[in-house]
Design a protein around this ligand. Structure first.
Ligand SMILES: *Cc1c(COP(=O)(O)O)cnc(C)c1O
Length: 428
């Protein structure tokens, strides 16, 4: 039925029905750890994955499943799992694909925390990432070797507002027989559905626009269900008997749901990066208004970016929705409804002026977050990207003279007035 429904209808209804026990219209918060088995036979069937149901909330929970199903419907996937954070979702997306000695090819333009996760922490698992400029398609092709198991990029790359050419990257991934994984946090499925552009896996930090009001830490992985995990010997956890789950061969047994079931039965079971039902409830509430918020976010962002670009106190603005942006053509293809609400601008006066700007704003909040109803600002070079060397900061679009804004849904005249008074103080 959901196939024929529009995006705004799915955002409100997908994944949920009135509670069968009570008729409650809103999704109840099932604050329970475990679920009573009907009998021993029922329990055995659940553990064998012969019947779908609830066992223990580290694996699945009705409130969390409602959210997974809703995001899955919005992204046009076959299955989804929720995780405790966006960073957890990234590990969960990689987990069934990776093993010691294997690598991913990742865009050099990623959320700062992801660059750290991929360049440092995943090495402890024996995994590694090769960072390349994903605008250089030849470099992407050359970086892929026999041990590469995925290409990873962001739809609208944080912090610089770069747009990834998802279709081109998906073609390269296809040719190499590996999945394209897209972090769609900053676009949300309202602005872009990466699966329609050839992505296999979509990851989200639900912390950001999906929830939309800065109340939750959460993540989601959506699987397109279209990748043939058995086409090569690259993905034995999915195509071969899985020793971590009594020898079940997930892809032969479960087809398009292989990745999702592996992620629940092995990933969540053993890594435990589970979303809690209360968090899932807040994100479900947030998604009900996703379209309306995103419309206002992109409308305000465009007006503010235009205003900043005209301002003599500003050196440049990187918003992909600007006519001057080298990404404007690609933005029209990948994010036709708007280039998001996250961008950077450079302040004349460099590092010092940026710090002063951040300290002088009154309406904007100085926080390490994005995708809130409120307008937010951060100076990446002194915060999120401070662990990176200066040349890596510049490559990531976070040079010392650059601030990142996440434009909220307040009255746009108030957002501009706040930037105006703070720029005056910062560049005096
Ligand atoms: C915030 C963010 C993450 C990490 O998500 P958390 O929920 O903070 O773990 C990953 N990718 C992008 C693009 C983000 O903005």
């Amino acid at each position: 039925m959901t196939d024929s429904l529009g995006f705004d209808t799915l955002a409100i209804h997908a994944g949920t029905a009135p509670d069968p026990a009570t008729g409650a219209r809103q999704v109840p918060i099932y604050q329970t750890t475990a679920y009573v088995f009907r009998d021993a036979d029922h329990a055995a069937k659940l553990f064998n994955l012969q019947e779908v149901g609830y066992i223990y909330s580290r694996l699945t929970n009705p409130t969390v499943s409602a959210l997974a199903n809703r995001v899955c419907a919005l992204e046009g996937g076959a299955g989804a799992i929720c995780c405790s954070s966006g960073h957890a979702a990234q590990i969960m997306a990689l987990f069934p694909l990776m093993g010691p000695g294997l690598n991913i090819v990742a865009s050099s333009r990623l959320y700062g925390g992801t660059i750290t996760q991929f360049s440092q922490t995943i090495k402890r698992f024996g995994w590694s990432a090769k960072f390349v400029d994903t605008d250089d398609l030849l470099a992407v092709e050359h970086a892929i070797d026999a041990n590469t198991r995925a290409i990873f990029c962001e739809t609208i790359a944080n912090p610089g507002g770069y747009i990834s050419d998802l279709d081109a990257l998906a073609r390269i991934a296809d040719q190499a027989g590996i999945p394209l994984i897209v972090d769609n946090t900053t676009a949300t499925p309202y602005l872009c559905k990466p699966i329609e552009h050839g992505a296999t896996l979509v990851v989200h930090s639900a912390t950001k626009y999906l929830t939309g009001n800065g109340t939750v830490t959460g993540g989601v992985v959506v699987d397109s269900g279209k990748f043939d995990w058995s086409a090569s010997d690259k993905f034995p956890s999915l195509s071969q008997p899985e020793p971590a789950y009594h020898g079940l061969a997930f892809h032969p047994a479960l087809g398009s749901m292989a990745f999702t079931f592996h992620s629940i039965a092995v990933g969540l079971r053993d890594l435990g990066m589970t979303m809690n039902p209360q968090g899932a409830h807040y994100t479900l509430m947030g998604i009900e208004t996703l379209s309306l918020r995103m419309q206002r976010h992109v409308e305000n962002a465009k007006i503010v970016a235009d205003w900043l670009e005209q301002d003599p106190r500003v050196e440049f603005v990187t918003y992909a929705g600007l006519k001057s942006s080298p990404y404007i053509k690609r933005a029209e293809k990948i994010v036709p409804k708007g280039a998001g609400a996250l961008f950077t601008f450079a302040v004349k006066g460099g590092y010092e002026a940026c710090v002063k700007l951040v300290d002088s704003l009154k309406l904007f909040s100085h926080v390490a977050n994005l995708g809130d109803t409120r307008s937010l600002i951060i100076h990446p070079a002194s915060t999120t990207h401070r662990q990176l060397e200066e040349d890596a900061q510049i490559r990531a679009g976070a040079a010392p003279n650059v601030v990142r804004v996440s434009i909220g849904i307040e009255d746009v005249k108030d957002i501009i007035a706040d930037l105006d008074q703070a720029l005056t103080l910062a560049t005096a």
